[in-house]
Write a new protein. Sequence first.
Length: 405
Amino acid sequence: MNTRLTASAIAALLLVVAAHAGAQEAKSGDQPKAPAANGAAPAKPGEGAKGGAGGPPGGARSAPPAAVSVFTVKLTDINQNLSATGSAAPVQSVGVRSQITALLANVHAREGQMVKKGQLLFELDSRSERANLAKAQANLARSQSNLQELERQLTRSRSLQDQSFVSASATDNIGAQVAAQKQQVSADRAALQAQELQVSLYNIYAPIAGRVGRIDVVAGSLVASGVSAAPLLTITQMDPMGVDFSLPQTNVATIRAAGVGATVRISPSTLNAAPPSNGKLSFIDSSINASTGMLALRAQVPNPKQDLWPGTAVRIELQARSLPQVAVVPQAAVMLKNDKRFVYVVGEDKKAKPQNVDILAVIGERVAVKGLSAGQNIVVDGRQNVRPGATVRVIGPALLSGAHE
């Protein structure tokens, strides 16, 4: 019995001790912690230790200035050129065909020959038509002779009428015959002109000046007429020479500003070719190719020595416009926010401030902009870490490939 009481008392005593210890621990959690060994006060949540490395005394730790490289703005005059590749194409190329079907009598042209406009190329067999021409000439001559005879009769009849030897009606009759014969003369003259035109078709002349291509007919061949017939030869104009090329639709505004007549520099792309020459923009297409996004253009360039041959690949530089005293900066320095372009300008206080700019032209990896002054330093590398008005640490000039000097 005593043993059981002793065990129960011991268990109760242990419960009391445990409860007392728990109460003391909870109470101690509400008391301030002891100072650190160096005497510094404990840090509050979210604060760094006072006097810590990199933090200002008595405040929170701040981020270090962003390291950036800068580009010094210079103003310069630039000529905006648009480059493209194209090919030489003749301004005119005419396939010469016959307007009538006849035997070919003579070939006066030679392959590769330079001919002038109006030069005789072919003669067709026109013997039957020349006989008809002689007949028309004879008819006109007869009508003219009859007219002269009737006019003499009319003169005599009027003289006799004045002497009362013939009646007025007889004179009027002869006058009517004269009028009718005049109409006959006019008809015969028109028939003669028609026959002369028909005979002229048997001689084929050069419609333009240029170089003769291949000739596939010989004397004695039967020449067919019509657009479906094969050309007797092709004449290609060599001077001036056309140049066809295309530019992206992003350049439409610049091309329109330059307009027809703008200077175009043509350089053959083949080795040992002729030196570059200048021409003029002669054609701007009225629409953009929807499948390629390109605008078709054509230029004309003098070609007196025939340095450019149809089909020759060429390089083209269209001198679109001149921009005087503009800032040319790296494209990487220009940023976009809310549809506005800007750059960070670093002042003497080492603070980066945004400054709006307008892009005037794109020149490779650089852009010509409006809104900057000479001598300003703009951020290039490290701009993604810059905040408006923040202090930056300039580590040097930007290293640019092909930077504009």
